[in-house]
Design a protein around this ligand. Structure first.
Ligand code: SAH
Ligand code: SF4
Ligand code: F3S
Length: 445
């Protein structure tokens, strides 16, 4: 193969896609290709796509359309669509954009090398069948040299009625505790300081592994895994996402409390504060249960940072039901909340219901919720004023080169004066002098 080829990857969507892109980039580098920041000067372009909401999907089409045109005058350009749109649309995408060389679902990320070989031999390839996900033996090309993603479970077996993820990511497949620890050990040796363990429903970790039973207590829960990987040399901080309130346990909270490397940072989406809406979403918990989880976390770790996701305008949501979501946000006070207006997705049950909410109502509710969220985040943020926080320094502040930036254990972005050459990848103590809803400023002590 021609070794002077340059590749470019644009990644849409969630942390899973970011992690997949880093592994796919590693495979391309292994094949001798070089990264190109600018897609226009690349000979191979890979779009790793997201279809969680309609606007995410439409954005992908506008990117692909532009490069497809370019391919007409530059036939040796290789065009790849990977990720969740690829999985959802499959062959149809090829009919829509015949210039594409390769369409590959997320389960095929680790197979990029084999698939490309077929492409370079002259085939147009669609890889969207469900497969057993093999361990990837190439080294990912990671964006950061300090904090790394580590997948622990792929796929999702839940059936939330709004969500495309189970359709596009397939059934749950856990990696073995040994493979996870081996990856973390290598990261520690390379100088990484922080690891975020990833899964769409991370609390499901291990239930598909041999020796586990689908019901009852299994051998390899997320909690067991945390104990097993908590002392990997060099790894000072461990985070995990995304938690599901249905499966979240007190044992897990205790592990986070006991293990010094596990950060007091929880991302637990609640989606709605109304029990009837939660039922229609098939989420499997009530707002009371959600509140109990947060209370328990705060009992062990009063300062824990709590973030979540929420959807407004789910089919049938009344004004009073929406107000229950506002009430939950008011009562809990999240450090951060990702909010979205409900978007009907192909192949999901709720998209077919006839009680859809008007767009204007959804956007009005979204605005009201976002307003409350930043108000509460600003209040929450103030608890850090004059406290001393441990900051893991990651980089220069791109907006002010006299400052460096890093994050607290609770994942709050923090800026302070300092020399990046000396401080990069160091954990330092910083006194917080200024708070904003989603970031902090301080002085090193
Ligand atoms: N596995 C995670 C979330 C994955 S998707 C969980 O169970 O919470 C990320 C977020 O996108 C979801 O938490 C939800 O808030 C949002 N989302 C998913 N489907 C959506 C849809 N059809 N419309 C709007 N938001 C959606
Ligand atoms: Fe989607 Fe629900 Fe699975 Fe999360 S748990 S990925 S919202 S189906
Ligand atoms: Fe999007 Fe797929 Fe993630 S749909 S949110 S990239 S799982």
């Amino acid at each position: 193969m021609n070794t002077s080829r340059h590749y470019h990857i644009t990644t849409f969507g969630c942390q899973m896609n970011k992690a997949d892109s880093e592994r796919m980039a590693g495979i391309l580098e292994d094949m001798g290709m070089k990264w190109s920041e600018d897609p226009e000067s690349a000979d191979l372009i890979l779009y790793n796509t997201c279809t969680i909401r309609d606007n995410a999907e439409q954005k992908v089409y506008s990117y692909i359309g532009k490069q497809a045109k370019r391919k007409q005058s530059q036939p040796d350009l290789t065009l790849i669509v990977a990720g969740c749109v690829a999985q959802q649309e499959g062959e149809q995408l090829l009919r829509r954009v015949p210039e594409l060389d390769l369409i590959m679902g997320p389960q095929h990320a680790n197979r990029l090398g084999d698939l490309l070989e077929q492409v370079f031999n002259g085939s147009q390839v669609v890889a969207t069948d469900s497969v057993y996900i093999e361990e990837d033996i190439t080294k990912p090309r990671r964006d950061s040299a300090i904090a790394a993603w580590v997948n622990i479970i792929y796929g999702c077996n839940e059936r939330c009625t709004y969500c495309v993820v189970p359709n596009v990511r397939g059934i749950e497949q856990s990696r073995t505790p040994e493979a996870i620890k081996a990856e973390m050990t290598e990261l520690g040796q390379q100088g990484y300081k922080e690891v975020t363990l990833l899964g769409q429903n991370i609390d499901a970790y291990g239930r598909d592994l041999p020796g586990s039973t689908p019901s009852g207590r299994h051998k390899h829960t997320l909690t067991d895994l945390l104990y097993y990987v908590s002392d990997v040399p060099g790894i000072e901080r461990i985070r995990f996402a995304t938690s599901h309130p249905r499966y979240f346990t007190e044992r897990l909270i205790k592990a986070c409390y006991e293990l010094p490397t596990v950060c007091e940072h929880f991302h637990i989406p609640f989606q709605s504060g109304d029990n009837d809406i939660l039922k229609a979403m098939s989420r499997g918990y009530t707002h009371q249960k959600y509140r109990q989880i947060i209370d328990k976390i705060r009992k062990y770790m009063p300062d824990a940072s709590i973030s979540a996701d929420a959807i407004v305008g789910f089919p049938g949501e009344t004004e009073a039901q929406f107000e229950n979501t506002l009430k939950l946000v008011e009562d809990i006070g999240f450090d951060r909340l990702n909010t979205a207006a409900y978007s009907p997705r192909p192949g999901t049950p709720a998209a077919l219901w006839d009680n859809q909410i008007e767009e204007s109502v959804k956007s009005d509710r979204l605005q009201r919720l976002n307003h409350l969220v930043s108000q509460k985040a600003a209040e929450r943020s103030q608890r850090y004023l004059n406290t001393i926080q441990e900051i893991l320094v990651e980089d220069l502040n791109p907006k002010n080169p006299a400052q460096v930036m890093g994050r607290t254990r609770g994942n709050h972005l923090t800026f302070f004066s300092g020399n990046i050459e000396q401080l990069k990848a160091q954990t330092v103590k910083v006194k917080i002098t200024e708070t904003r809803p989603f970031s902090l400023t301080g002085v090193i002590i």
